[in-house]
Design a protein around this ligand. Structure first.
Ligand code: NAP
Length: 321
């Protein structure tokens, strides 16, 4: 079976383990906003069986949610859309920090519902912890949104084990969304995967392709548009790209043994790390969407997984943000 439907953590949502991240359709990864093409990709994703779509209020400062609304207005019954609140942007997209005070949570939810053109959000994530608001208070406000019928299930993004436990004591958490891939494995060392497993929380891996790097498509900075956000990201500095090429060399080697592409190997490795792991690789292109779904056909046995781990570079050059 390929890309099976599974229950998403502490929820009744049935989603396929490979979903689609929609962020790049609005900003960050260069190119232009080609809505017609992106809506075609979104529709094709449904045809290919994908039913889990990930967005956030801050992607394109609202544009991404509106795009999904335009794409799905006549087919909401076929999709589960997750959105997020809590990362503040200014008028020109500048970063203004995080907010999760209860009043803000309620306002942000109303705005997302309006942009999506829906009465309920399937899965609502707090995008980042707010250092000034205890998680009990922000999740308390999200719990009220559930009671009011505005949100079905609650998620968190980039929270520590301690914060996850505190949140889950207020209301069952369906999913934790955090970066996880061959070059970003902090969640293993920090006990986060373990906490999710113990509490029945689904782990939703974001940037499983290392923001495109692990596919081998970004050998140097010339592969990035002048306005691509990755140009500002420490992992994509000239030096870091050179150093991190060791990851791509390893992945290419595995890919040729498995008769697969680098992207498929990168995704298959994440899927192989546990049954409670879901993922939302991002792409704007139908051919890549199809390629990425074939990750299901790439299987690793325990010996192969151990060998990959032993060959992985211990450090990744450049911080994640
Ligand atoms: N919670 C959070 O804080 C957070 C942070 C970041 C992302 N996210 C979510 O996670 C989703 C996925 O993460 P991401 O988009 O950052 O990174 P990703 O999935 O690791 O990589 C996406 C990049 O890889 C390229 N790509 C996709 N498939 C490819 C293939 N087969 N071959 C070569 N290149 C390929 C895409 O380009 P094209 O589009 O041109 O194909 C895009 O530039 C986002 O869309 C967003 O919904 C959440």
């Amino acid at each position: 079976m390929t890309n099976p439907l599974e229950t998403l953590g502490n929820s009744t949502l049935k989603v396929r383990r490979i979903g689609l991240g929609c962020m790049g359709m609005s900003e960050f990864y260069g190119g232009t906003r080609d809505e017609t093409a992106h809506i075609k990709t979104l529709h094709e994703a449904i045809e290919l069986g994908i039913n889990h779509f990930d967005t956030a209020d801050m992607y394109g400062s609202g544009h991404n949610e509106e795009l999904l609304s335009r794409a799905f207005s006549d087919r909401w019954d076929k999709v589960i859309v997750a959105t997020k609140f809590g990362v503040l942007r200014g008028k020109n997209g500048e970063w203004l920090g995080f907010s999760a005070d209860p009043k803000y949570v309620k306002e942000a939810c109303e705005k997302s519902l309006k942009r999506l053109g829906r009465e309920t959000i399937d899965l609502y994530y707090q995008h980042r912890p707010d250092p000034n608001v205890p998680v009990e208070e922000s999740v308390g406000a999200m719990k009220e949104l559930v009671e009011e019928g505005k949100v079905r299930f609650i998620g968190l993004s980039e929270f520590s084990s301690e914060q996850i436990r505190a949140a889950n004591a207020v209301h069952p958490i369906a999913a934790l969304q955090t970066e996880y891939s061959l070059w970003t494995r902090n969640v293993e060392e920090e006990g986060i995967l373990e906490t999710c497993r113990e509490l029945g929380i689904a782990f939703v891996a974001y940037s499983p392709l290392g923001r495109g790097f692990l596919t081998g498509a970004i050998p140097n900075r010339d592969a990035l548009d002048a306005h691509d956000w990755r140009r500002e990201n420490p992992r994509f500095s000239k030096e870091a790209l050179t150093e991190n090429a060791r990851f791509v060399e390893l992945i290419s080697d595995i890919a040729s043994n498995k008769n697969a592409t680098e992207a498929q190997v990168a995704l298959a490795w994440v899927l192989a790390q546990g049954e409670n792991i879901f993922m939302i690789p991002g792409t704007r292109r139908i051919e890549r969407l199809k390629e990425n779904l074939v990750a299901w056909n790439v299987q690793f046995n325990a010996e192969e997984l151990a060998e990959i781990r032993s060959r992985l570079p211990k450090e990744t050059a450049g911080s994640r943000y």
